[in-house]
Design a protein around this ligand. Sequence first.
Ligand code: GAR
Length: 196
Amino acid sequence: VLVGGRGSNLEALIRAGVDVVQVVSHRPGVRALAVAAAAGIPAAVVDPARAASRAEWDRALCRQVEEIPCDGVIMAGFLRQVGPPLLERYGERIVNVHPSLLPAFPGLHAVRQALAYGVKITGVTVHFVEAALDQGPIIAQEAVAVVPDDTEDTLTARVQQVEHRLLPAVVRDLDQGRIRRNGRRVWREESECAPW
Ligand code: GAR
């Protein structure tokens, strides 16, 4: 699981019984690392500030992830784009959770963007990761209504409640081979096909 913040999605994955073999953060000192430590999960920091270049950081991130074999990579609050080494190594086995109904409000502060725009409905997207930011094929989405006196904090809290349910459910489906993909179209089937 790739993290960079509070680690509430990491906690949700652990609670749901996902076998998290390693946590990698792009930021030192974040709460997500403490969550990993408390759960006895090996954790590492690959800090862009300590890499000589973007390409070197991309390689370091891939090397770190490869250190412990895994079936897939989950980006849960990892607020950096991953580069070619990781994308080539793990291909269709990288997913990301994003706090909006993509393609609306990609990038940082998606909840703030939704409030500023004045949408009545926002939500959560779980998608496969591709090189372009927040543009990979969508696996699952769920809507969250915006209410008149919402602040960034109150709306974030409701969006995250949905994330904590949707992301583990998608990971379980991927693990059980219930997710099929044809180009950009992804759907869930009751019968199993190829697991991660
Ligand atoms: C989550 O809300 C996630 O959707 C968002 O960061 C938060 C991390 O929270 N990700 C993005 O905005 C990616 N563009 P967490 O550290 O408590 O799981």
